[in-house]
Write a protein that binds this ligand. Structure first.
Ligand SMILES: *Cc1c(COP(=O)(O)O)cnc(C)c1O
Length: 361
């Protein structure tokens, strides 16, 4: 194995080593065709088979029924912030959004360009250290959907269970898709940029209920209408071939591992190790309230910004990379998505104990 460090980066993020190795080989010569993976036609039978298998495995892993379509789109998760209201709020209809952090806020701003947006909960006052409970907000009857972000990548908060309202849910699962089983039927649409938990940057997975494909107003540009991409099997134009291929390999890896139930257990084990290290005393302070803690991104502070800087540098020197928190909250953040190994978390926890001993306050 080459010299790899433990990469705690929030995204693009660490991928299974065997996936990287196979991709490296296929980039040069894809399935012995004599053509590299990033050179081969997206309409070749070899590449079409990759797309089909990737969709099949995603359906199997998430238990997606036939009345949902799976799309592979470009423009990042951020393009879904406008595609969703553009397709679903024609004529300025109402939708409900929960403001649980930076990504929710950006989606709310874009939705406001198309519809009448209700925001019955905002975590802004407490710097987004928690997600709401069902009792804390109402959804208007004439609202078309309830939009939320299942895992708030920056603040390290996560919905441990989803809102139980009589309303179609739309969810940004960019940073926790496939980290646990979900009940697809509750959702009208789920989307996820690949670069956190699925693969490289460049492809966004959209899972959309079939009856929603025809909601877009006539004036919607073809590229921005879900119907276009559903009708053409995500091949209306050239899809992000390389990114789709890597997602496909990550899904195979996940299947071999035992699927989402198995990975969920591992994710809980990894996160608990870290939260236990944080909870031991008040040297390390978790940003998220206990009931809202994320299994994917663990954001925490040290007693001072100076110690945080020192901590991040020392850790990096030991091969624990990417621990700097997002600029909007500072401090540290350990992103430990599906592919992040348990040994890396153990190494970080040991380092945290040592650093605390050597740097008392
Ligand atoms: C990273 C992230 C995004 C933005 O993704 P892009 O692909 O860069 O547009 C959106 N939502 C969540 C929850 C994220 O973590």
């Amino acid at each position: 194995m080459v010299d790899r460090v433990y990469n705690f980066s929030p995204g693009p993020a660490t991928l299974p080593y065997e996936v990287l190795q196979k991709a490296g080989k296929d980039v040069v010569n894809f399935q012995e065709t004599g053509i590299g993976l990033i050179e081969i036609s997206h309409r070749s039978k070899e590449f079409m088979a990759v797309v089909d298998e990737t969709e099949k495995n995603l359906r199997e892993l998430l238990n997606i029924s036939d009345n949902y379509r799976v799309l592979f789109l470009q423009g990042g998760a951020s393009s879904q912030f406008f595609m969703i209201p553009m397709n679903f709020l024609g004529g300025g209809q109402k939708a409900t959004y929960l403001n649980t952090g930076t990504w929710a806020k950006k989606a709310i701003k874009e939705a406001g360009l198309f519809g009448d947006i209700d925001v019955p909960f905002s975590g802004e006052k407490s710097n987004f250290n928690r997600v709401p409970k069902d009792l804390e907000f109402d959804v208007a009857e004439n609202s078309q959907y309830l939009y939320f972000v299942s895992n708030n990548t920056i603040y390290g908060t996560q919905f441990s269970s989803f809102p139980k309202k009589e309303k179609m849910l739309i969810c940004d699962m960019s940073s926790d898709i496939l980290s646990r089983p979900i009940d697809i039927e509750k959702f009208g649409l789920i989307f996820a940029g690949a670069q956190k938990n699925l693969g490289p940057a460049g492809v966004t997975i959209v899972i959309i209920r079939e009856d929603l494909l025809d909601r877009a107003p006539e004036s919607t540009p073809a590229m921005l209408s879900y119907r276009t991409h559903a009708d053409k099997g995500s091949m209306f134009n050239t899809p992000p071939c390389f990114a789709i291929y890597v997602v496909g390999e990550v899904l195979k890896w996940l299947k071999n591992m035992g699927g989402v139930e198995v990975i969920e257990k591992r994710n809980i084990e990894k996160a608990n190790l870290l939260y236990d290290a944080i909870d031991i005393d008040d040297y390390y302070r978790g940003h998220a309230e206990r009931g809202s803690r994320s299994l994917m991104n663990i954001s925490f502070n040290l007693p001072s910004a100076e110690l945080e800087g020192k901590f991040i540098n020392r850790a990096a020197a030991l091969g624990l990379s990417g621990l700097k928190g997002h600029r909007s909250i500072g401090g540290c953040r350990a992103s430990i998505y599906n592919a992040f190994p348990l040994e890396g978390v153990e190494k970080l926890v040991a380092f945290m104990a040592k650093f605390k001993d050597e740097n008392p306050v």
